[in-house]
Design a protein around this ligand. Structure first.
Ligand SMILES: *[C@@H]1O[C@H](CO)[C@@H](O)[C@H](O)[C@H]1NC(C)=O
Ligand SMILES: *[C@@H]1O[C@H](CO)[C@@H](O)[C@H](O)[C@H]1NC(C)=O
Ligand SMILES: *[C@@H]1O[C@H](CO)[C@@H](O)[C@H](O)[C@H]1NC(C)=O
Ligand SMILES: *[C@@H]1O[C@H](CO)[C@@H](O)[C@H](O)[C@H]1NC(C)=O
Ligand SMILES: *[C@@H]1O[C@H](CO)[C@@H](O)[C@H](O)[C@H]1NC(C)=O
Ligand SMILES: *[C@@H]1O[C@H](CO)[C@@H](O)[C@H](O)[C@H]1NC(C)=O
Ligand SMILES: *[C@@H]1O[C@H](CO)[C@@H](O)[C@H](O)[C@H]1NC(C)=O
Ligand SMILES: *[C@@H]1O[C@H](CO)[C@@H](O)[C@H](O)[C@H]1NC(C)=O
Ligand SMILES: *[C@@H]1O[C@H](CO)[C@@H](O)[C@H](O)[C@H]1NC(C)=O
Length: 896
């Protein structure tokens, strides 16, 4: 008991002396490092108080609120606060790093920040200063050497006071989208900041030349001016700056320049010129840049050959020369670039035969693009075992001729594009064992493939999202992709048989394109269950039977094209559930129904094609619930419709009554389908169509957004053409031919100032052709043959260009171009002069458009075109800089 008591005393004694020791220690250390100054602590706290903390204010995933550790109690030493650094002798705050600190709020010009007069380093990058201008009071921080305000939502003109901080060595104002630099700004920077080492103004609106004097900044190690709207010629001297390691001037479309001769003293590590208008040859002396790790000169205007001296750049990991005008062969010396992981040479004019082994020897190479040159790739089996293991391989139009055997050894492929390679024969069975776990996108379209060796029931690639096999010669039954598939296209082949019920398992599909094959049987009932689907294109097959129930709840279906089959029955009433539907093409089937006016409930419907079916009955009077708010194109031709023309109905069709459709473009829904190395492949679908232009069928890739067409031809409509037709001011084409229409041609047609084609032939119309129609300056096709019209044909403007056959078989019609003379003074009447129509064409820019879409067209099938857009993610944005890479899959074959 006693013993333990003295033990406690002993312990207490020990603790007291221990704390004494620490007190002394603390006192002595405060001599070495003084506490921060009260006024500066107060200024910091005030600064903290002037902002909210908001996680979304910073983009860096590891961002956190550094200021939350700043405590307002008196004894807190602000020099120890997170992000704060003081001078060891004076205790003044000399550095403040609040980058990625989740700060949100306005930065006032009287902010207490500017009381920190001893600051040398200030980093406020990656916060959200809610479009504050950069305050001119930065001038007070005259000791600043490092200033980083990047990606912090500053806006407005960069104040000249910033440009007076003459001690600056590091200045980064990049990625503030609304920031502007005065025109002379770069010159002022070059004059004032003679010691500048790092200058980054990416995305600042500079809109000027790059002045020569920038080449006087001999201390520069890094210059980054991405997307600054620079123009003029880039000063050659900058390439020769003796310390410059990084030069990044990509995405300045109007910036021209050449790469000068470079010598061995150049320390350049990164040279990025992508998406500028740099031109000329890449000099041999580029091989002198022995430290170069990344070279991107993509989407420029470089010509000449790829210098073989590039092979000397053995540190190179990224070489991107895509989309230039480079010619000649791919130099063998590339095989020396053993550190290369990314090589893009696609979209040039490179030629010759290239041994693919060249690339297989680059054992670090994972990302290779050679598409669209004039090269022939030789892919003999290779015995070398140190293969490149590709992740992304684009070999479009490389004249492969057969399935390349080197693929057998590729087990890490994520994307493989072998489109347009004249590959014959079957897809070999070993292909069912290639990269089955990693492959996300497989493009084999536009070859001469005839089938599959031992086609598995379901393709084995468990993560496959895109599969294109269109425009081949595939026979046999429809291959079934795995349930992960999102885009599946096998259009334009010779596939036969029924669609397997396994198609019902494709629960992620958003685009299913099976058009132009010989598939038959009934449409699977589950089609309507693929409710994620954006587009279903089954046109041009032999399907029969009724159309299954299409839209479940919340359907995203935007397009169905079941045309050119043998489908029967009614238009499925379930279509009324497809709230996103834009285009319906059921043309050229045997659909037996009355006009489905209930489709008018669909808010987005723009294209409705029911031509060449068995529609019957009258088109009843309009119902304001079903008013087709966006309908632009309706084709009911070649049916058995009777009664009066449904123009009363048309009165509700507002979209046809306006001339300007800026606000209602066809949606190109962008679905992110594949993410590879941080890049996204998105898939969109646009409506293309066939028109008959001067007798030739022409495929237009994209239905122009403004196009307004009504085709009611070849039915049994009777009665007069109502004057109301003149209200449909947006009309570009009206075809009422081959009906039983009587009465005169309405004068109100002259109101349809955008009309390009008007076909009233094969009716029983009477009276004269209204002179007023000569005001229709865009009218390039006008057919009134086979009617009972009388009197002289108007002349002037377009009317002088129409062929006589367009007026034929009207016994009482006379004057040019018909041989029959009128014998009547009216014939020599001066041409009708009108109100000012040129104004119209000018206002709506229609003229340009009209020229593009030309003369006397007939609206045909709407079908579609898939556009796969590669959006560069972080990697390409940061390292390569380019434009979206578009890849088009089209059942008519590859465009260019
Ligand atoms: C830029 O440097 C050159 C050569 O050193 C010199 O002649 C010229 O005066 C400098 N320009 C300015 C504006 O200082
Ligand atoms: C390399 O270029 C620099 C800068 O233009 C120049 O000063 C130097 O003399 C050149 N060296 C050689 C070996 O050409
Ligand atoms: C590309 O460069 C050539 C000269 O090499 C020039 O004639 C041409 O206009 C340039 N093209 C563009 C789009 O600037
Ligand atoms: C650089 O490449 C050229 C052409 O391939 C070659 O002649 C030269 O010897 C190479 N220089 C070095 C240092 O490797
Ligand atoms: C598929 O690949 C695996 C492993 O690479 C191998 O064991 C198997 O034999 C291959 N199968 C075929 C049919 O080639
Ligand atoms: C299709 O899906 C069903 C239910 O999800 C599943 O049981 C079946 O195995 C799938 N069939 C194939 C061939 O994947
Ligand atoms: C479609 O979905 C409905 C409801 O989810 C289900 O009852 C029906 O069996 C499905 N049809 C097919 C053919 O899968
Ligand atoms: C889809 O992508 C196209 C092309 O990249 C773009 O112009 C369009 O704005 C995008 N649409 C949507 C809804 O994101
Ligand atoms: C109008 O329709 C008829 C019959 O469908 C067709 O023969 C004619 O080519 C069409 N005219 C125009 C200009 O499209």
């Amino acid at each position: 008991m006693r013993l333990s008591f003295s033990l406690i005393i002993l312990i207490v004694h020990f603790l007291v002396s221990l704390s004494m020791f620490y007190l002394i220690l603390a006192a002595s250390s405060s001599v070495v490092q003084p506490l921060c100054h009260d006024d500066e602590r107060f200024a910091l706290l005030q600064f903290k108080e002037s902002f909210f903390i908001n996680q979304s204010a910073s983009e860096d995933p590891s961002a956190y609120a550094k200021v939350s550790s700043w405590k307002p109690d008196q004894i807190s030493d602000c020099c120890k606060w997170d992000g704060v650094e003081c001078n060891k002798d004076t205790g003044h705050v000399i550095a403040l790093d609040l980058s990625s600190s989740c700060l949100k709020g306005f930065l006032n010009s009287n902010s207490s920040l500017f009381h920190l007069a001893h600051l040398q380093n200030l980093n406020l990058a990656d916060n959200d200063f809610t479009s504050s201008p950069i305050p001119a009071t930065f001038r007070q921080l005259s000791r600043l050497t490092n200033l980083n305000l990047s990606a912090s939502v500053f806006s407005g003109q960069i104040p000249s006071e910033i440009l007076e901080l003459s001690k600056l060595v590091f200045l980064d104002l990049s990625n503030n989208l609304l920031l502007k630099l005065q025109k002379s700004g770069l010159t002022v920077i070059a004059q004032n900041f003679t010691n500048l080492e790092v200058l980054s103004l990416d995305q600042v609106d500079i809109s000027s030349n790059v002045p020569n004097i920038l080449a006087n900044l001999t201390s520069l190690t890094s210059l980054s001016l991405i997307e600054c709207d620079l123009h003029g010629e880039f000063p050659v001297g900058i390439f020769h700056l003796p310390n410059l390691q990084r030069l990044h001037i990509g995405i300045n479309k109007d910036l021209t320049g050449c790469v000068p001769e470079l010598n061995r003293t150049s320390p350049l590590v990164l040279l990025r010129l992508g998406s500028t208008n740099f031109y000329g040859e890449i000099p041999d002396s580029i091989g002198n840049l022995k430290f170069l790790v990344q070279l991107t000169a993509c989407f420029c205007n470089f010509s000449g050959e790829i210098p073989s001296s590039l092979g000397n750049l053995t540190n190179l990991s990224l070489l991107d020369l895509q989309s230039n005008r480079l010619q000649g062969s791919i130099p063998q010396s590339i095989s020396r670039l053993v550190n290369l992981d990314t090589l893009f040479l696609n979209d040039n004019y490179l030629c010759g035969t290239v041994e693919f082994e060249l690339f297989l020897r680059l054992r670090n190479l994972i990302n290779l693009q050679l598409s669209r040159n004039n090269i022939s790739l030789l892919t003999k089996p290779s015995i070398n075992s140190t293969f490149a293991k590709f992740s992304v391989l684009y070999l479009v139009d490389c004249d492969l001729g057969e399935f390349p055997e080197f693929l057998k050894n590729q087990d890490q492929l994520e994307l493989l594009d072998l489109g347009g390679n004249k590959i014959h024969g079957q897809v070999p069975k070993w292909m069912w064992n290639v990269s089955i776990e990693t492959l996300c996108a497989l493009y084999l379209d536009d070859n001469f493939l005839t089938g599959f060796d031992q086609l598995p029931v379901v393709l084995p690639y468990i993560n496959l999202r895109h599969l294109t096999l269109d425009s081949n010669m595939l026979q046999g039954s429809l291959p079934i992709p795995p349930p992960s598939i999102s885009l599946y296209s096998v259009s334009n082949n010779n596939l036969t048989g029924k669609i397997s019920h396994l198609i019902c398992n494709l629960s992620s599909i958003t685009g299913l394109y099976l058009s132009i094959n010989n598939l038959g049987g009934l449409l699977p009932q589950c089609l309507g269950n693929l409710s994620g689907s954006l587009s279903l294109d089954l046109h041009g097959n032999n399907f029969h039977g009724t159309i299954p129930r299409i839209c479940g709840e919340a359907s995203k279906l935007m397009m169905i094209d079941f045309s050119q089959n043998h489908l029967q029955g009614r238009v499925p009433r379930s279509l009324a559930n497809c709230a996103k539907l834009e285009a319906v093409n059921l043309g050229n089937n045997q659909i037996h129904d009355i006009f489905p006016s209930w489709l008018g409930i669909l808010p987005e419907l723009r294209i409705l094609i029911l031509r060449s079916n068995e529609l019957y009955g009258t088109i009843g009077s309009s119902d304001s619930n079903f008013d087709f708010p966006k309908l632009h194109i309706i084709d009911l031709s070649n049916n058995d419709l009777i009664g009066k023309l449904p123009f009363e109905h048309f009165q509700n069709w507002k979209a046809m009554q306006i001339f300007d459709f800026e606000s209602s473009k066809y949606v190109e829904e962008n679905q992110t389908l594949v993410t590879i190395g941080g890049d996204y492949l998105t898939h969109s679908y646009s409506y293309s169509m066939t028109m008959i232009k001067k007798g030739t069928e022409t495929l237009y890739d994209k239905v122009p957004d403004f196009l307004v067409v009504i085709d009611l031809s070849n039915n049994k409509f009777e009665g007069e053409i109502p004057d109301m037709v003149g209200n449909l001011k947006g009309l570009n084409m009206l075809n009422l031919s081959s009906n039983f229409l009587t009465g005169p041609i309405p004068v109100t047609l002259a109101n349809l100032t955008g009309l390009e084609a008007l076909d009233l032939s094969q009716n029983k119309l009477s009276g004269a052709i209204p002179l007023q129609l000569t005001v229709l300056t865009f009218l390039s096709y006008f057919n009134v043959s086979h009617n009972r019209l009388t009197g002289p044909i108007p002349h002037g403007k377009q009317f002088d260009t129409f062929d006589n056959s367009l007026f034929s078989e009207n016994p009482e019609l006379c004057g040019n171009p018909l041989p029959k003379k009128c014998g009547n003074p009216e014939d020599s009447l001066p041409p009708f002069s009108s109100r000012n129509l040129d104004q119209f064409s000018f206002e709506f820019g229609w003229k340009v458009v009209a020229m593009g879409y030309g003369v006397g067209f007939v609206f045909g099938a709407v079908s579609g075109q898939i556009l796969i857009t590669k959006k560069y993610g972080w990697f390409m944005k940061t390292f390569s800089i380019g434009q979206p890479n578009r890849r088009r899959v089209n059942w008519r074959g590859r465009k260019n």
